[in-house]
Design a protein around this ligand. Structure first.
Ligand code: MG
Length: 335
């Protein structure tokens, strides 16, 4: 293993009582070594804009080691110490001092994670329900629930047309209300309803419990991107309100770019923005079989179905299935 060099001045050390390390080693030589992990909470490093020539995968690997440290409360080495030689497994495959992790860190299975937003990170039902109620009441409906069934049918059909590439998300904005007005006794203006709904969608809906904690961990282990079929105004308002922007190196919203999942173009744009990561270590995570799973599979990347609200069997061709977001942690580490 290579040398560890100092990455902070005396003054900085005083501000950061934890040792602050910089590792100079080829990626394939990095190993989990228990006590010689890095306590590196400098956001600059984690986000890959350190001044040295480390690459994102390397900093992610270091972060994985940090996770092990935090979990097991191992004492870090002091400034100036050297990382000890890589321990070798004994006959049982156990490596002394490695906290049970016997695999080189370089073997992390996924280093780029593409996330869907609605019904994967954010409670889309709550968001949509509140927005619908708000919109209908402003249009004079005494009981918005009366209009829910036809709305759901219309909305579902329109989003299927988006996935088929026949219309864009922005077309859905007022068209769903034009069709709802035509199909019911509602008397209102579809443009105004579209505006109200967009406002309501952006202003309502929370993250599923545990999402922030999981994103905090994942962002230290991998590059994250958001690939969402939605209206830009809605998604941007939610991302800002929920403070999600900071996790993603690319945020690609179909309503802004004019192409949608499951087509390949939106993935082309995402990969371009991320600097063309390796497809072999990229994972698409989402709740939708027709957009997220089909999109990932068509593009030649691995897929993880977030099936928290589905009891369907996992269709062939899907690589992973989870029912809680934190199940991603061992999956991307390849544990
Ligand atoms: Mg979704």
């Amino acid at each position: 293993m290579e040398e560890v060099s100092r990455d902070s001045t005396k003054a900085e050390q005083d501000q950061h009582p934890e040792p602050h390390w910089q590792i100079d080693a080829p990626r394939e030589e990095l190993h989990v070594l228990g006590p010689c992990v890095l306590k590196d909470e400098d956001e600059g490093d984690h986000r890959g804009d350190a001044t040295d020539d480390r690459t994102r995968p390397d900093t992610a690997l270091v972060a994985l080691a940090t996770r092990v440290l935090v979990r097991h409360v191992m004492p870090p080495y002091r400034l100036g110490d050297r990382i000890p030689p890589t321990p070798q497994p004994d006959e049982n495959g156990t490596v002394a001092g490695t906290l049970g992790v016997t695999r080189p860190l370089g073997n992390m299975r996924y280093t780029t994670l593409l996330f869907d937003l609605d019904h994967t990170l954010i409670d889309g039902d709550a968001s949509e329900g509140a927005a619908f109620d708000y919109t209908l009441r402003r249009s004079g409906a005494d009981d918005p629930a009366d209009y829910l069934a036809p709305y759901v049918e219309i909305n579902t059909a329109l989003w299927a047309a988006v996935e088929a590439g026949e219309i864009t998300p922005n077309d859905v904005r007022s068209e769903r209300f034009a069709r709802l007005i035509a199909a019911t006794d509602l008397e209102s203006d579809p443009e105004t309803m579209g505006d109200d709904f967009v406002f309501g969608m952006g202003a309502n809906g929370e993250l599923y419990p545990g999402t922030v904690e999981t994103l905090d961990s994942l962002a230290q282990m991998a590059t994250l991107a958001l690939v969402t079929n939605g209206i830009g105004e809605v998604q941007r308002a939610r991302l800002a309100r929920l403070d999600l922007d900071k996790y993603f190196d690319a945020i690609v919203i179909s309503g802004e770019v004019g192409v949608a999942k499951p087509g390949p173009e939106i993935y082309d744009l995402t990969f371009e923005e991320l600097g063309h990561p390796d497809k072999a270590t990229t994972l698409m995570i989402g709740d939708s079989l027709s957009s997220d799973m089909a999109g990932g599979t068509n593009y030649g990347i691995a897929t993880c179905w977030y099936a928290a609200r589905s009891d369907k069997a996992t269709p062939a061709g899907i690589d992973h299935r989870i029912t809680a977001l934190d199940e991603l942690l061992p999956i991307i580490a390849g544990e």
